[in-house]
Design a protein around this ligand. Structure first.
Ligand SMILES: Nc1ncnc2c1ncn2[C@@H]1O[C@H](COP(=O)(O)OP(=O)(O)OP(=O)(O)O)[C@@H](O)[C@H]1O
Length: 327
């Protein structure tokens, strides 16, 4: 029987991140936290739907503890700052498939809710679509911790507000540093089912993240732990027909999973991690992975008129002006 290996999302319950650079040093203890479910978008009526199938995923409470030493900054954007991190646990404590280096995406202090959404999409792609490890990096969980002054030392200044000084600092160009960004399923009409049964199922509306807002007096740090991929896509890669073919195929995989990415640009396409598995649909190891899902949402292709009605929403528009950053 062809059994899928245990999901990387079930490996760890708690995490310690040690960061020591010339600007700061910190030691953060974090615990697994629930991610933030999305409503289901439907192209039938162009509305978001509350749907009990789109709910939180269980977090493991008695799984292993992971210890990381922060390495280089790999990139940043409006939502977070991304670092490589070396696993410092004794190897015997870890599931054998855990690589020695991972990636920590820190949410900016005002963007924890957006990162909680991105974490939910990774969960969705892992559990429903089995795309983690082939088309998107494997995810090792979403963790949070309250930030205390005692856990952080800044060598330049002790301010929590300094841009770029700390991995969770608010983005310098943020238009509203005191709020998280508005997600597409926060606005417009919401369609509710006629019968709404189980109270114990946590959907977007009943999730604590739905009403979350950053509190400067009680800051929260949130991180997403991912498999480490390589360099992002460049104009040089763009000229290679083999690269183009492979990217078309991973776009097809994400489209057939019914996940609308909503921000498909060159920086969100990276070289696939070393341990990428064979894609069962294309019977090959893809050389590229898609990242950055904080603006994504799922569709249910079994109720959509696919591809006729879904094309505009699901099409990743590879090599479009938006992809190149021209519009
Ligand atoms: N798993 C990964 N492996 C290697 N590099 C990564 C990984 N995840 C992110 N990066 C690097 O970090 C950069 C920023 O990551 P990401 O796009 O997730 O941040 P963001 O803040 O959500 O961006 P945006 O402003 O588009 O929302 C990427 O362009 C990429 O270079």
């Amino acid at each position: 029987m062809n059994m899928r290996p245990q999901s990387s999302l079930s490996f760890f319950s708690t995490l310690t991140v040690n960061g020591n650079t010339e600007h700061f040093s910190f030691c953060l203890d974090l615990s697994r936290s629930e991610s933030f479910p999305s409503h289901r978008f439907s192209c039938v009526d162009d509305e978001f739907h509350a749907d009990t199938r789109y709910s939180t995923y269980q977090v493991p409470h008695n799984a292993a503890h992971l210890q990381l030493e922060l390495g280089d900054c790999l990139g940043y954007g409006g939502t977070g700052t991304v670092y490589s991190a070396r696993v410092s646990n004794p190897l015997s404590d870890l599931p054998p498939s855990v690589p020695s280096e991972l990636v920590v995406k820190f949410a900016r202090l005002n963007r924890c809710r957006s990162l909680a959404r991105e974490a939910w999409i990774y969960n969705y792609l892992d559990e429903n679509e089995k795309l983690t490890g082939t088309v998107v990096p494997r995810c090792y969980g979403f963790f949070t911790s309250k930030l205390t002054e005692s856990s952080v030392e800044c060598t330049t200044s002790s301010s929590f507000e300094l841009p770029f000084e700390l991995p969770w600092s608010v983005y310098e160009y943020d238009r509203d540093p005191h709020r998280d960004s508005i997600l597409e399923d926060d606005i417009g009409k919401l369609v509710r089912p006629r019968t709404w049964k189980p109270d114990h199922i946590i959907t977007k509306e009943s999730s604590p993240w739905n009403s979350w807002a950053p509190d400067p007096d009680d800051p929260l740090v949130a991180v997403l732990l991912l498999e480490k991929g390589g360099q992002m896509y460049t104009m040089f890669d763009d000229k290679d027909p083999l690269v183009q073919e492979d990217v078309q195929l991973i776009c097809e995989d994400l489209e057939l999973a019914g996940v609308a990415h909503n921000d498909f640009r060159m920086p969100n396409l990276i070289r696939a991690p070393l341990a990428t598995s064979v894609c069962p649909r294309h019977n090959r190891v893809h050389q590229w992975n898609i990242i950055d899902f904080n603006q994504a949402w799922p569709l249910d292709l079994s109720v959509e008129n696919y591809p006729r009605d879904t094309d505009l929403v699901l099409d990743l528009d590879y090599r479009s002006g938006y992809f190149y950053g021209w519009q």
